[in-house]
Write a protein that binds this ligand. Structure first.
Ligand code: MLT
Length: 246
């Protein structure tokens, strides 16, 4: 009899110390907007995305790396000194193809740097939901779905994505994790609404970004499976992994 691997969900970077990440596949989730932007930029042909902790480091890297740009946000708005922001719509193929994107964000890239001993780190978003699920099933390793949240406070959109993954892969994994159960129930609830975005409207980061006039970003980030790719961390940069179809 094949023993199923475990899958757990961590709702906040502040809770990460409670989970063992050693040898696991960790999925970094920041739906609004870091992991959606990373997915879109790589799917549109970026050579790689370099996640950077600080704005200063990002600027220095941009200056020393040919054919690269600096981008990111603090508190949801373009950080002073960076060339571009954290909107997936800023990175269409005609602009980003062949470029290196140095990216620093408030929560998403921060969580990426917090996970130290995982076997594999990949990027999850609704844009690549099925590709992520197929990848997890094919790995046959324990999985942690890590929500970037907002400044350590759990948020609707990251938890909802975790729930979508739970529902899609649950027959392949042994899931004994209350957070996974909560996330799965959220997803069931969301499926009863007209669309995912209407479910997420009560969320704090939805409101923050909508107040900045970024409704188009929110709509973009809740499209499902438009980019069937898996961004994976290799040599401190995110690149595209070959997709395994189940
Ligand atoms: C983050 O990493 O904190 C977010 O992606 C913020 C944002 O929406 O730009």
């Amino acid at each position: 009899m094949t023993v199923k691997k475990n899958l757990e969900v961590c709702f906040s970077p502040a809770l990460l110390h409670l989970y063992d990440t050693k040898g696991k596949v960790v999925v970094i989730i920041d739906i609004f907007r870091a992991t959606s932007t990373i997915t879109a930029a790589l799917a549109n042909g970026a050579e790689k995305v370099v996640p950077v902790a600080s704005v200063e480091e990002c600027i220095a890297l941009g200056a020393s790396t040919p054919n690269s740009i600096t981008a990111g946000e603090r508190n949801g708005q373009v950080a002073p000194g960076l060339q571009y922001g954290n909107s997936p719509l800023e990175y269409p193929e005609e602009f980003i193809s062949g470029k290196i994107l140095n990216l620093t964000t408030t929560n998403g890239t921060r969580l990426l740097h917090q996970v130290e001993d995982a076997d594999t780190i990949i990027i999850g978003s609704f844009l690549n939901l099925s590709a992520v699920c197929d990848f997890l099933i094919a790995q046959d390793k324990d999985v942690l779905l890590g929500c970037a949240s907002w400044k350590d406070r759990p948020n609707m959109e990251d938890n909802l994505f975790a729930g979508a993954v739970v529902r899609k892969v649950q027959s392949y994994f042994d899931i004994k994790c209350d957070s996974a159960m909560i996330a799965g129930s959220m997803y069931d609830d969301a499926l009863r609404r007209p669309d995912l975005l209407s479910y997420l409207k009560v969320g704090s980061h939805y409101e923050r970004l909508a107040n900045f006039g970024l409704l188009k970003d929110l709509e973009y980030c809740t499209q499902v499976d438009i980019h069937p790719v898996v961004p994976i961390l290799k040599n401190n940069a995110l690149v595209l992994e070959k997709v395994t179809t189940i």
